[in-house]
Design a protein around this ligand. Structure first.
Ligand SMILES: NC(=O)c1ccc[n+]([C@@H]2O[C@H](COP(=O)([O-])OP(=O)(O)OC[C@H]3O[C@@H](n4cnc5c(N)ncnc54)[C@H](OP(=O)(O)O)[C@@H]3O)[C@@H](O)[C@H]2O)c1
Length: 333
């Protein structure tokens, strides 16, 4: 079959802080022939996630993107050529396909997706990594009880909104943290949270304390310090802090800061639990089934922020660090 040239976004330079435009280059490259074991995928939906910022550094725990190579990203696409016994042209697949139009990838790094009528993007968002992170965080790692006080940061975002809604369904009193009036309104009016605090407004810490007069039993941390320190000061005895992410630290990954309120952990007999959704890889099917049932009943709200065109990647990517994204960031090449 004849394959047009591949268009891709390559990592041109490693960033210091948030990536500037000079970190990226849009290139056209020949697609090499498919060799045994490989699959050629035409990418139709690309996921943009905070973790991608870590993959740009040389010392990321998962390994890193090589300079002048296509930027890594999870994505979904259609098999157009296969030299793997597990895939055939026409299959819909998901994997680390990269920020590009065509991905030549080992078959054992791909999974076949069973998709009904829903958009592919849902399998990168609500039924993908963020949705499953929220699901397993709130159903397995901790199980909020009626009357408990649950605090969630990035509450309007892809992970946080799932966490907040599941905690609410479990009967907890849920307080979100989000940036700006619109996102605070979204959390109150559409996610149904009991209170929401704007971390970008004046008197943030006082407002947080005022929204949590009975303290915090479970804090789901997506941002790291200084919010993590504020939450630790509000934690109730025997409370639980979930370390899910630290988006406030992504700008200086070489010197990630921990909490200065560290001693609240022993003083208040707190549990500090860390996890990634990949610790639940073998239970993803169960998670998707549960999330799908909620979505089908209209009991789980989620938003997507979709851009079109690889050239828009640099700008779209930055939105997650400035809060300009309105839901799960997706790029259609
Ligand atoms: N452990 C895991 O397996 C796992 C999996 C997926 C994601 N995560 C983590 O979960 C967190 C949220 O990811 P997501 O994919 O759901 O993204 P998201 O919440 O949809 O987008 C990121 C949001 O983070 C907020 N933000 C950015 N910089 C911030 C800062 N300095 N302080 C406070 N808030 C800030 C912004 O919200 P506002 O508009 O409210 O400012 C922004 O919209 C990240 O820390 C990510 O690394 C962990």
């Amino acid at each position: 079959m004849e394959i047009p040239q591949n268009e891709c976004i390559v990592l041109a330079a490693r960033p210091s802080g948030l990536p500037e435009a000079a970190c990226w280059r849009l290139e056209c490259r020949d697609v090499p022939p498919v060799i045994p074991g490989q699959v050629l995928v035409e990418v139709d939906t690309i996921s943009i996630d905070p973790a991608m910022r870590a993959w740009m550094d040389e010392f990321c725990y998962l390994g890193c993107v090589e300079l002048n190579q296509p930027m890594w990203a999870f994505g979904i696409g259609r098999v157009v050529d296969s030299a793997s016994p597990d895939f055939e042209p026409g299959d819909t697949v998901r994997g680390l396909l990269g920020v590009q139009r065509y991905s030549l990838i080992a078959g054992d790094e791909l999974e076949t997706l069973e998709i009904s009528d829903e958009p592919h993007s849902w399998h990168l968002g609500i039924f993908g990594m963020p949705g499953l992170t929220g699901y397993f965080g709130m159903t397995d790692l901790v199980q909020p009880r009626p009357g408990q006080q649950v605090l969630v940061s990035t509450a309007a975002g892809a992970v946080g909104s799932v966490v907040a809604q599941l905690a609410k369904r479990a009967g907890a009193r849920v307080v979100g943290i989000a940036g700006g009036t619109d996102k605070n309104r979204f959390c109150l009016d559409e996610l149904g949270l009991d209170a929401c605090v704007d971390y970008k407004a004046a008197n943030y810490e006082q407002n947080l304390a005022a929204a949590l007069p009975d303290g915090v039993d479970i804090y789901f941390d997506n941002v790291g310090v200084p919010t993590l320190d504020m939450a630790l000061r509000l934690m109730n005895e025997c409370g639980t802090v979930i370390a899910c992410g630290a988006i406030n630290q992504f700008q200086h990954m070489d010197r990630v800061e921990g909490p200065t309120e560290y001693l609240k952990i022993p003083e208040r007999k707190l549990s500090f639990l860390g996890f990634t959704c990949f610790h639940y890889l073998e239970r993803f099917h169960e998670g998707v089934t549960a999330l799908r049932a909620l979505v089908e009943r209209g009991e789980l709200v989620f938003k997507e922020d979709i851009a079109i065109g690889l050239a828009n990647f640099p700008e779209h990517f930055l939105k997650q660090f400035t809060g300009q994204n309105q839901g799960k960031l997706i790029l259609k090449p």
